[in-house]
Every structure is written in C-alpha cells, then in structure tokens.
Ligand binder design. Structure first.
Ligand code: FPP
Length: 290
C-alpha cells in the first residue's frame, strides 16, 4: 500500500478535493446498492429499549453510515480558537457519533479522518492530527471494549508515523473479536489511490495467470479494495455544508444517499446523527429501477 504518491491538486478542501462548491442541503440520489463484498449478516436492529429518532422504525435505519468530518478549522476560527482546538473538539464529536451509532445498532460507521491529500497540510497540523489519533486510540480503547466495537483502518497505513501506526494496529488487534459494530477509520485514504492499488493487484494476478481478464467482474474488483469485507455505505454524511465527496470511497458510494449538514464537525452529536439518519429514511431509493 505504499506504492503511490498523493495526487497534487492546485486547490484543495479539507480532504483534498478540488472545486469551490459551497451549496448546502441534501442531494437526492437513486440507484442500486451493490454489496458485492459485504460478507456480513443482516443488520442487527435496535431492541425495544433504544430510543430511535422520532418517527422512525428500526428497519428504516441505514446499515452503513460513512461520514466526511469537515469544518474543524472553520468552527475553531469562528470562536477565536486555533485549528488544533478545532481538531480536538472534532475528536470529541467522533466519540459522540460512535456512541449514538452503536446505540442505534447500526453495524458499520466509516469516518474520513485523514485523506491521502491531507499530507500536504502544514507539518505542525499533521503532527497534531497524528497525536490526536494516538490519543484517540489509547483513550477510547475502553469505550470500544465496553460497547464491543471493532476498530479498523482503511488507507495507506504504511505512511503513518511509527507511533500512530502502532497505535492503530494495536487497537485493530485488540478489538478484532468485537462483533456489535465496526468503526472504520479512513486514514491516509484516497478512493483513487485505493482503485489504483486494486488495479495493480488484479494486473499482477492476470500477469501470473491466476486470473483471466474475462473473469474480472465487479465482485473481483470489490474484493481487492481495502473495504473488501465491508458492505457499501448506504449514506454519506458531510458536515460543514459542502457538497462534494473529496476522494472518499469512490467505488463504494456508487448508490449511497448523500447528505450535507451545515453544522461544523465539532458540533456533531447524537441529535445531528439522528437528523442525518432521519433524512436518509425519507429518501426513495430505487436502485436503478422505477
Ligand atoms: C477536516 O476539517 C477535518 C480533518 C481533515 C481532520 C478530521 C479530524 C478529526 C475529526 C479529529 C481527529 C479524529 C480522530 C479520529 C482522532 P478541517 O479542519 O479541514 O476544516 P476546515 O475546512 O473548516 O478548515
């Protein structure tokens, strides 16, 4: 996973995408869900004691929520705080969202914590984010244990500094048997980078004679992504009002519902998560049909 260098973009947003769209609001999409590589059982559903978002039934909940955590810097600036303060507040929001997701018994939560393009940020900001990551891995181990949450990382883990790499690897191993929910952190992650990586794997297999070109299907590609055994997200939620996907799970979100929330990531809490889930439940997913 170390073969690529991050693509340079002239003007980048929080997770490295180009573009200047600032419109807000939900973006309806339709289409078919392909969970070629899911390999997991049906979503467990909340028991009677769980308080669901108002008006929703358990079967309306998504099975996999993916979130682009944006707006730490703006949130901090608007309060006269430093970007570092914003990221620290963002880490607290991560905890609140994980707890709510688990309460609702949504089995997969993927958070875009650091893109392949974020390495271009000033060195001190990158260091602060890596330090926060280590703090999170150490500080939230008991939460993940209590709640039986498995922790996983997708992305180019080899690029992480040694301490961060060790912290995430330790937590991955420590929580490997937890089965109530999966918290997937996208770190040094890029959707294009992931596809290049998969393409190289497939090319190697074809070159060695293990795979014939005519046998390359969607399932074959999906099985060579970093998300190979994770079902596709049903919904992508982006904080801070932007309307772009910023190189996040490009293959996997082909049929995901897109939701943009005006709140900055540090403001995200159970109520904001519930709002997103409620908006998802309102959508009419047709999966390419009528
Ligand atoms: C984007 O907002 C946010 C990031 C690139 C980092 C996300 C990090 C966290 C939420 C905190 C740490 C997370 C963990 C899991 C420990 P931005 O800060 O670029 O916002 P801006 O666009 O307003 O400047």
């Amino acid at each position: 996973m170390t073969e690529h260098a991050p693509t340079a973009h002239p003007s980048t947003d929080a997770h490295g995408s180009t573009g200047g769209d600032t419109a807000t609001g939900a973006v309806p999409t339709t289409g078919a869900v392909t969970s070629a590589a899911a390999g997991t059982s049906a979503a467990p559903r909340p028991n009677a004691s769980v308080s669901l978002p108002s008006g929703l039934t358990a079967d309306q909940l998504p099975r996999h929520v993916a979130m682009i955590m944006d707006g730490n810097g703006r949130w901090a600036r608007s309060r006269g705080l430093t970007r570092s303060d914003g990221h620290r507040a963002g880490a607290k929001a991560v905890r609140r969202v994980v707890v709510r997701c688990r309460e609702l018994e949504i089995p997969y939560l993927t958070l875009y914590a650091f893109s392949a393009q974020n390495w271009k940020r000033p060195a001190n900001e990158v260091s602060q984010l890596m330090a926060l990551l280590v703090e999170f891995c150490e500080g939230e181990r008991s939460l993940l244990t209590d709640k039986e949450i498995r922790f996983r990382v997708i992305g180019d883990k080899a690029r992480l500094p040694e301490e961060a790499r060790q912290a995430v690897s330790f937590l991955e191993e420590y929580t490997a048997d937890h089965a109530r929910m999966q918290l997937v952190l996208a770190l040094s992650y890029g959707g294009r980078e992931e596809l290049v990586h998969a393409a190289r794997r497939i090319a190697d297999e074809v070159a060695s004679g293990a795979l014939r070109p005519e046998d390359i299907t969607e399932d074959v590609v999906a099985a060579r992504l970093w998300t190979a055994d994770i079902p596709d997200p049903d919904v992508v939620v982006r904080s801070s009002g932007e309307l772009r996907v910023s190189n996040f799970l490009l293959w996997q979100i082909a049929y995901a519902e897109l939701i943009s929330d005006r709140r900055g990531w540090p403001e995200f809490d159970a109520a904001a998560f519930d709002d997103a889930v409620t908006e998802f439940a309102r959508r009419n997913r047709r999966f390419g049909g009528v």
